[in-house]
Each structure stands twice: as structure tokens, then as C-alpha cells.
Write a new protein. Structure first.
Length: 180
């Protein structure tokens, strides 16, 4: 191990420059992959209302997500139920750790995970919504395919590549100023 570290220190400039550009490429690729995976998971999106008809093209797991402005309290006391074509509730559960995606002005948070048994039309019922309020047009509901495991891999890649970027830059600067 010491021989490897001595090699890196001795040839620091020659190691740091390619490592820096490789790390920058990896960082950009991981960020781009994270955005692409999040966008590809979208199944349906619709405005906030008490009843919505949702069409699932294939069976499987579907996350119900709420979307709105940052720090919104509109979804605070709502309950969600997904009903099949025959009115039978679809099994669903909450999350121990909610998946949240934030932008500059909006936030998307996973609320429930449903096991959709077959393709077809379903009805989403939102209880506790009450009367329409000002700003409801900025709130929405959406269904997405779960992508947490891929998101965790992308986050790990972002952390590692950012660390390699900083480390290679520090090594280059240390060799440049002559630190021994």
C-alpha cells in the first residue's frame, strides 16, 4: 500500500491531471444519469383533485408522489386510496424513508407505494382535500416507477467522483507549489 501511495506522490502531476478529467467526466455522467432515471420513471401526472382516473399500461409497483411549491402544507392531512375497475382497493403502503426530489421552486415527495395487479383503469381517491384553495393549480399528483436503488447508485457515484475531483486537484496544487 505504501509503495502505491509513494508512486502517486512521486508522479503526482502525471496522476492528478488525468484523474481530474476522468473524475469530472464521471461526475457529469452520474448527474446526467440521475436526471434521466428520474424522468424515465414517470407513469402519469395530473392536477390535484378528489378523484382521478389513472391508466396503468402494465402491472407492477407504482409510487404515488405529491408535487408542489417548496414548503407547501397542502398535502398535510390527505389520505390516498387506489381503486381497481371493480372498486376493490389496491394494496398499498407508506414509506419508512420518503423519496424526495427538490428543484429550485418545487418539491416532489413519494407518499405511497401501490402494487398494481394488472394493466387497466384505476381510480385514485384523495380524502381530506376540502374546498379548493388559492394556489392549487401549482400542486399535482403523479405516479412513478420506484427508482430508489438506481438513485442510490448514482448518488454514490456522485460522491466518489466529486471526492476524486477534489483529491486530484489538491494533489496537483500541492505538487505545483512544491509541498514535500
Amino acid at each position: 500500500m505504501m509503495a502505491f501511495l509513494e508512486f502517486i506522490w512521486r508522479y503526482g502531476v502525471w496522476v492528478a491531471v488525468p484523474a481530474f478529467f476522468l473524475a469530472l467526466f464521471m461526475l457529469g455522467w452520474c448527474i446526467w444519469s440521475m436526471i434521466r432515471i428520474e424522468r424515465a420513471s414517470q407513469l402519469a401526472r395530473f392536477p390535484l383533485a378528489e378523484r382521478q382516473t389513472v391508466v396503468f399500461k402494465e402491472p407492477g409497483r407504482a409510487m404515488l408522489c405529491v408535487e408542489g411549491p417548496l414548503l407547501t402544507t397542502r398535502f398535510g392531512r390527505l389520505c390516498y386510496e387506489l381503486l381497481g375497475e371493480n372498486g376493490v382497493p389496491v394494496s398499498g403502503r407508506g414509506f419508512l424513508f420518503r423519496q424526495t426530489t427538490s428543484g429550485i421552486t418545487t418539491v416532489r415527495r413519494a407518499e405511497r407505494l401501490f402494487d398494481v395487479p394488472r394493466a387497466g383503469n384505476y381510480t385514485l381517491v384523495v380524502s381530506g382535500l376540502g374546498e379548493p384553495k388559492a394556489g392549487d393549480e401549482r400542486h399535482a399528483l403523479s405516479f412513478k416507477r420506484p427508482f430508489l436503488h438506481w438513485a442510490l447508485l448514482c448518488i454514490l457515484g456522485i460522491i466518489l467522483s466529486a471526492g476524486l475531483t477534489i483529491g486530484s486537484l489538491v494533489l496537483f496544487l500541492m505538487k505545483l507549489v512544491g509541498v514535500e
